[in-house]
Design a protein around this ligand. Structure first.
Ligand code: PEP
Ligand code: MG
Length: 593
């Protein structure tokens, strides 16, 4: 099919990393867009001239990076600052400088050529490193050398603000310094070859609330500046040179999306109280502190799940106690939040600190992960526990232990938590006077012994993502099994009901923070069970709140009883689906596509 200007229309599928739809002109952001000239020096007297040019280019590069860093300091985006520090360190690296000068002298070549040779040498060395994290760091060296080369050539990169219009940035990936150069007010969306939900592009896009799709493989080779593109950050689709019909449809979708967002957001901060006065507290799940403002505008009353493992996954070295503390501080200082639930890191399985090699496990999901990993790596765990105690002195935090499968794990974790506090007190450090302790209920054995576990903790938080995978023996990340992954499976409903009932018998609160909590279809089922709190991706909050406000606990209990009377999962689904679409037609409107 051909789209506008007779150009070929094509659709690319990536990962939607920041929701929303945007249509506009592409801007190909290519950091290697300069033509270099390489030549031999025909006179030895030119050698000092080349060395001087090289040194000037280094100086100019450092000046530019410092300027970018200064500009960034005025914004709230802190993370790139550290990366720019690394880039400055590379610029000043002795080996890099002396080797380049040596090449100019020995080979009698111009500075551009010498820099290129040094880069090629580094590339070869890094390619031979087995550790993929280390070998991936060549991108920082490439970034720095490109800047030096650009300064040698005297060329300035064409910047976005020189183009009059707003644009959709197409890039391999966006480095932190790139973001600073991009004049973000001109950027309406991102589409990148690399990256996923944790990439820098994704984090920035989400915090700026602009749609983005990452992991598109080779979009930079397929799209040209000024091509028309549609970026749908919700579905992960990018449509290049859309057919006019398609564009029209997307314009309608975009308006629809914006209108529903606006409509939802208007009431997002109202509490989730049913018509018969049952109040469910609604929290937001976060992976990065940058998500907090969005969570608050979407109606999060607290943070119900902070997945802290991302601090390890995204940082270059093991985070220190100070790193943890500074990070959590930004969470608890958000005044609009009633409390923040910090889940201790769920590393292991398929999530490892960036500087550590994953263990080779046959069944990583059932392997040495989460609390098991923490109880083995006690020092790593204690570093985090200390930071949580310290931040508890500033704002209200609750602690949540993941993957609890038996009482002994809770007892052991609590012992370490107590020790961490005692150590801090002995050191004269300010700590919280008390802290609520929660257990994630995401392993079937924890459901079976929920009555025993309830005596050890102050609250439960049900992690349905894992609980369903373990209960139904369905790998949550296996795309061939998604048809079996059924939150409304009778077995799952029984497990959930048991957890809530046992928690309430023991007089403790029970929350849910798995994806099921944000699924509008399951909303009344969960209400009928009388969960106390639901925590979800912020985008789901407004709709869930609306459904709860339009319903009653009484009707939810009737629906639940009926749903639990079926033996077959698909019967439950059909029944619940019919009920919800009939009773809440507005909330289940199909997107006109
Ligand atoms: C869960 O398992 O439901 C959960 C919330 O934890 P995670 O998705 O991080 O495993
Ligand atoms: Mg889990």
């Amino acid at each position: 099919m051909s789209g506008d200007h007779g150009k070929k229309t094509f659709v690319l599928k990536g990962i939607g990393v920041s929701p929303g739809i945007v249509t506009g002109k592409a801007y190909l952001f290519d950091p290697v867009d300069i033509q270099l000239s390489f030549y031999k020096l025909n006179d030895a007297s030119l050698i000092p001239v080349e060395i001087k040019r090289f040194k000037n280019a280094l100086k100019e590069s450092e000046r530019q990076l410092l300027e970018i860093q200064n500009d960034l300091k005025k914004t709230k985006i802190n993370e790139p600052l550290y990366v720019i520090d690394v880039h400055i360190l590379i610029l000043n690296d002795k080996n890099f400088i002396t080797r380049t000068i040596k090449y100019i002298r020995r080979l009698g070549i111009n500075a551009e050529w010498a820099v290129r040779l040094v880069l090629d040498r580094y590339k070869k060395i890094f390619a031979g490193v087995e550790d993929s994290y280390i070998s991936g760091r060549i991108s920082d060296i490439e970034y720095v050398t490109q800047r030096v080369l650009r300064n040698l050539s005297g060329k300035k990169r064409e910047t976005i603000w020189e183009l009059g219009d707003d644009v959709i940035v197409i890039a391999q990936d966006i480095s932190p310094a790139d973001t600073a150069q991009l004049k973000m007010e001109k950027v309406m969306g991102f589409a990148t070859d690399f990256g996923g939900r944790t990439s820098h592009t994704a984090i920035v896009a989400r915090s700026m609330e602009i749609p983005a799709v990452a992991g598109l493989d080779n979009i930079t080779q397929l799209v040209h500046t000024t091509d028309n593109v549609i970026v749908d950050g919700t579905t992960g689709l990018v449509i290049v040179n859309p057919h006019p019909e398609m564009l029209k449809r997307y314009e309608v979708k975009k308006l629809h999306y914006a209108a529903t967002q606006e409509e939802y957001l208007k009431y997002a901060k109202l509490p989730a109280v049913t018509k018969d006065n049952y109040h469910i507290k609604i929290g937001g799940n976060i992976e990065f502190v940058e998500e907090i403002p969005m969570a608050i505008t979407h109606g999060a009353e607290h943070v119900g799940l902070y997945r802290t493992e991302f601090i390890y996954i995204t940082s270059e070295k093991l985070p220190t106690e100070e790193d943890h503390f500074n990070n959590y501080r930004q969470v608890v200082e958000a005044k609009e939040l009633n409390w923040s639930t910090i889940r201790t890191f769920d590393l292991g399985g398929d999530k490892f600190p960036s500087n550590q090699k994953p263990l080779k496990e046959l069944n990583p999901q059932m392997g040495l992960r989460a609390i098991r990993f923490c109880l083995r790596e006690v020092e790593l765990f204690k570093t985090q526990l200390r930071a949580i105690w310290r931040v508890g002195a500033i704002g209200k935090v609750k602690i949540l232990f993941p993957m609890i499968s038996g009482v002994e794990e809770v007892i052991e974790a609590k012992k370490l938590l107590r020790e961490a506090r005692e150590e801090l007190v002995a050191e004269g450090v300010q700590v919280a006077s008390e802290m609520e302790i929660g257990a994630m209920i995401e392993v079937p054995s924890a459901v079976v012994i929920a009555d025993k576990l309830a005596r050890e903790v102050d609250f439960f938080s049900i992690g349905t993502n894992d609980l369903i995978q373990y209960a139904l023996a369905i790998d949550r990340s296996n795309e061939h099994l998604t048809y079996l992954y059924e939150p409304l499976h009778p077995a799952v409903l029984r497990l959930l009901k048991r957890v809530v009932d046992e928690a309430h018998k023991a007089n403790i609160r029970v929350a849910m923070c798995g994806e099921m909590a944000g699924d509008p279809l399951c909303c009344l089922i969960l209400l009928g069970m009388e969960l106390d709190e639901l925590s979800m991706n912020h985008l789901d909050i407004p709709r869930i709140k609306r459904i709860i406000r339009k319903s009653s606990l009484e009707e939810a209990k009737v629906l639940l009883e009926k749903a639990m009377s079926f033996s077959i999962a698909s019967d439950v689904r059909t029944y619940v689906q019919d009920y919800m679409t009939q009773h809440f037609p507005q909330e289940f409107q199909k997107d006109e596509d």
